[in-house]
Design a protein around this ligand. Structure first.
Ligand SMILES: *Cc1c(COP(=O)(O)O)cnc(C)c1O
Length: 467
């Protein structure tokens, strides 16, 4: 007997329109919801039936449980009062692109499995080079090129694998050494571990007083490693660290990498998209010298998770590291060598049609809109910086180069935790902390799609009230 699914196309149309209405209503009153979910661990599971249903359930009752059970456990990342971590933009256009991608249900592992999925992606990677003023070495027409991965963490991992491939031959795995500053994202260590190296094969390079990697210290470490018959093979530099938007000096690091033959990967997960505005192109400094580069439109460029750009100057070692071709994946187009098969640029075989949402975002905002978007957040951050700088109870602890303000209560670590908790428990804003120079500091990352100056005014009022 053929199976009769509960939702036919007409019912999908009705339920789908209602779901879009639900999301639009959610976005409309989002700013009034407490940002941080207050639920206790286990409370969501407690509200769910222990066993899955035997009988089909009505769609209406499933949707009702979203409000009943799920929503209390949601931390509202799209709230204009969300200042924690880094933003995770979900603009209307990108959400529609995501929906379309799901509707098409395409697997883009090979060019042949959906030519548009591959070619739109290649084209968006090239468009992003133009939008951000990035070097031509990443352009698809040359030996390099770009792809859209799920995350900057995946970008760090495939960069390590490509670097390992390039270093393979004369050296054994246990002789390889990688380098990153102590302020590099935790994904650097994770990539090293997944690549089969030991944690101690990642050296933490000292930083200067602005938390940027010290290239002389890097050179000294590499020299010592080489003397001991270890092979410096990989450096992960950061353009815009998570704690304080510090920028490692890429050009000076590239000089060191060149002398030792190490792969240079630059992680600009958060800050990279700022280059859409010419006055912030300092984030691109030195990129004409690097092997790979990653940044996340899914943080601060209006595109919902996941959408992480990854470029290489030479795709050969990357593809050599990741290409495995069983007979069932062989096809004329791939064998002919005229097409890109993005499965050779990532860990999984299957892949989502991520380029659609980025295409929607770029076209509906235009370069002009993207610039205005990024600028508006930087302006708000600078305003908050000025007010905190002159406040008796607070001090700024790192330059506000883009839209992240890193500051602290002058009363010490416990006071900073108290202020953070008081604000987060109030539900009216959400911010997180980090540790810089051994001290607890607070971060206000401005960049939600709907954040306006009045929301930052409110954040400042809260900080003042709880000072
Ligand atoms: C957020 C962030 C990451 C991690 O990004 P994912 O895409 O979530 O893996 C890596 N590096 C930096 C500097 C970041 O800010």
């Amino acid at each position: 007997m053929p199976y009769e699914p509960p939702m036919d196309v007409d019912e999908f149309r009705r339920a789908g329109h209602a779901m879009i209405d639900w999301i639009a209503d959610y976005w409309s009153d989002l700013e009034h919801r407490p940002v941080l979910s207050p639920v206790e661990p286990g409370s969501i599971r407690h509200a769910l039936p222990t066993a899955p249903p035997e009988q089909p359930e009505a769609w209406a009752s499933i949707v009702a449980d979203v409000d009943e059970i799920v929503m209390p456990g949601i931390t509202h990342w799209q709230s204009p009062n969300f200042f924690a971590y880094f933003p995770a933009n979900a603009s209307p256009e990108s959400v529609l692109g995501e929906l379309l991608s799901a509707g098409l249900g395409v697997q883009g592992m090979l060019w042949a499995t959906s030519p548009a999925c591959t070619e739109l992606e290649t084209h968006m990677c090239d468009w992003m080079l133009d939008l951000l003023g990035l070097p031509d070495r990443f352009r698809s027409s040359g030996p390099g090129g770009g792809t859209i991965l799920d995350s900057a963490s995946s970008g760090a991992l495939v960069a390590v694998l490509a670097a390992r491939e390039r270093a393979a031959g004369q050296w054994r795995m246990n002789e390889l050494v990688a380098y990153a500053s102590e302020h590099a994202h935790s994904s650097a260590l994770k990539a090293i571990k997944i690549a089969g190296l030991l944690p101690e094969q990642l050296r933490l390079v000292p930083t200067d007083d602005e938390h940027a990697l010290d290239p002389d210290a890097l050179r000294a470490l590499m020299r010592d490693d080489l003397i001991e018959d270890r092979r410096p093979f990989f450096v992960q530099a950061t353009a815009g660290t998570t704690s304080s938007t510090a920028f490692d000096p890429i050009e000076a690091i590239a000089d060191v990498c060149k002398d030792y033959g190490a792969w240079l990967h630059v992680d600009a997960a958060f800050a990279g998209v700022a280059a859409v505005a010419p006055e912030f192109r300092f984030v691109n400094d030195g990129l004409h010298r690097v092997d790979s580069y990653t940044l996340n439109p899914h943080k601060w460029l209006l595109t919902n998770f996941d959408c992480s750009m990854f470029w290489v100057a030479d795709r050969q070692p990357l593809n050599a590291a990741l290409s495995v071709t069983p007979e069932y994946l062989r096809n004329a187009a791939s064998d002919g060598g005229a097409v890109i098969d993005y499965r050779d640029w990532q860990i999984p075989l299957g892949r989502r049609f991520r380029a659609l949402k980025l295409w929607f975002v770029i076209r509906s905002h235009g370069a002009e809109g993207l610039r205005a978007f990024v600028r508006s957040h930087v302006e708000m951050a600078q305003g908050l910086h000025r007010r905190l700088d002159t406040h008796d109870a607070y001090e700024i602890v790192a330059p506000t180069r883009l839209s992240l303000v890193t500051f602290r209560h002058v009363g010490g670590d416990a006071e900073n935790e108290r202020v953070r908790d008081a604000i987060n428990e109030s539900g009216r804003a959400y911010l997180t902390h980090t540790v810089l120079d051994g001290r607890t500091v607070l971060r206000a990352a401005i960049g939600a799609v709907r954040t306006e100056p009045r929301h930052v005014d409110e954040l400042f009022a809260l900080l003042d009230q709880h000072a």
